[in-house]
Design a binder for this molecule. Sequence first.
Ligand code: CTP
Length: 401
Amino acid sequence: MSGELGERLGVSVYVVGGFVRDLLLGIDNLDVDLVVEGDGIAFARALAKENGGKLKAHERFGTAVVHLPDGFKLDVATARTEYYEYPTALPTVEQSSMKKDLYRRDFTINTLAVALRPRQFGQLIDFYGGQRDLKERLIRVLHSLSFVEDPTRVFRAIRFELRFNFQLSKETLALIKGAVKMELFHRLSGQRLLDELRLLFSERTPRHAVRRLSELDLLRFIHPKLTWSNRLDRRLIEVEAALDWYKLSCLDRPISGWLVYAMALAEAMPDQAVHDMLKRFPFADAERTALNEARFLTQPACRTLSRRAPPKPSETVRVLTGLSEECLVFLLAQSLTDSAKRQLSLFLTTYRNVKPALTGKELNALGLKPGPLYRTILARLTEARLDGEVKSEAEERALVK
Ligand code: CTP
């Protein structure tokens, strides 16, 4: 539909970047990036109107996002036309603006485009050897200033390398080493670097990402005191296992896996370094709180759970309630006794869902006046349930009386 609409508006439309790369790799990707040769915003506006979608336009950048009613999201960009080389020869002009647009991109594998215009529908456009590099499984920059223009691309390179199990091309690796030597990353804002690290540690193998960052001497740009060690590696293996278990056992609860890895990195750093890191990176409030919980509450919680006389379930609940999911998984990744591990996994899967059979309604029917007392009674009943003191509603009623 985009191609036909483009035809009617007299503009060429292409699907570009990650979507095409993943299509050729046989990987699902629902993020569609369109490039329009012509007025991208006018195109996006018409697209939204014809399909009952919502439009968000950024006039300054010539970009727009269209949310279609079926949940589909399309990013629309305008191929800059100020570079027209041969204003009179239309096909060359079109190619030229597209070629220049794609030249701004990071790696050859991200420069592939597919034409959507009816007459050229499905035609693959490959100016920079993207198909060859996909076949040879190589991450390759388009030009030698790519990392100078945007140092976050170094982290993107590692992300793609690990995600697809590709390799950095020889010259790309040399350029990364150059960027490290020139310390280009100090120029990056905390926000940009954090965004990139968040994405990197949201991939499937953050442990390998840490290893790779260390090999390329990049960990020091997170903090100079952050270094790779066998101990850190072991903790990352434990985090990986804990997250795998969590995802299988607590299906309905979303979790930011990357944050658990960040907790493991913070654990490997001296206090002052963590303090600096929290200052440099603009973590969201909840993330910051979770990182601090992991620093200050993990050890006391471990001690309680690992006590020789194991805590009652109600005590386990008291210690763990209120901690973020990420901190709980980080706890699970600590070297705990078997009994502590059991308590923690029971908390995650069972204890925290335990509720008494009686509710406020029944307490009212029992003649108790509504008020703060209800809360206390229900909390006490929950404890009694957890610790096996009561097993049925009748027993709960008896306890209340
Ligand atoms: N891009 C770039 N330099 C950056 C970020 C992005 O050149 N620092 C380009 C890439 O060529 C990419 C496109 O912008 O194809 C869109 O960016 P993004 O959506 O982040 O990339 P994807 O390749 O779609 O990555 P992912 O699969 O992780 O979404």
